[in-house]
Design a protein around this ligand. Sequence first.
Ligand code: HPA
Length: 276
Amino acid sequence: MDRDLYGRALAAAEFLRTKTKHRPRIAVILGSGLGGLAESIEDADVIPYNDIPGFPRSSVAGHAARMVIGELCGRAVAIMQGRAHYYEGYSMGEVAFPVFALRLFGVEEIIITNACGGINEEFAPGDLMLITDHINLTGANPLIGPNDERFGTRFPDMTEVYDRKLISAAEHAADLHGIGLKKGVYAFFPGPCYETAAEIRAYKALGADAVGMSTVPEATAACYLGMRVAGIACITNMATGIARNKHSHSEVLAAADAAGERLGQLISALVTGIEE
Ligand code: HPA
């Protein structure tokens, strides 16, 4: 975290205020291949990340790299279509920067999605998993550096990164719409290579149900900032050693694409259920 993070996040938030009349309290980050929901936003203002001061740019296939701000089911929302990743060479703080900006823009709830590998053998590609907690043993953390008390406390509590009420609301919404939903612990790996089979065995023993290269930077920052977080992981493949075949990014994108509609329904239902 750099010294003038607050000033830079404020500049980004003020820039967003000049680009849209909407004042969303809810934000959604859409992961690899999951950007489809952005198409259903009404009265949308589309702002490329390139234009937003301080925003990192994503260079990954399947990420559109733009903010879509408008209405979803009658609620103002800010949708991040694509994100930057630690493996692209950004620091964890840079990856999480949009969350700091969204907080100063007025966002209080954030739904973070991703494509990930399934470790839990009861899962199958195409499943959606509600994240109940995460494991980050990488040593990298978006809050390393000087702390600005205007954002949050030096030693933030992480007992409930993923808000229990949002977890219940998502389960309720899934039931109502007949959407199958798994629950589990997401382990963060820096990438860009997929994990080895031994790493997956180790993380399975540690209690991980799924593994991926995103979400944790943003969720950690959002929790620190006092935001309510929901995490929804799309299992696009089984993890190394559990899957019989080797991984490929095109396989991940195809599976995410196939799950996109269900994910969109779930997010819409969740957004509708969040109290005004
Ligand atoms: N591992 C890490 N990240 C991923 C995977 C995986 O198996 N699938 C999609 N993102």
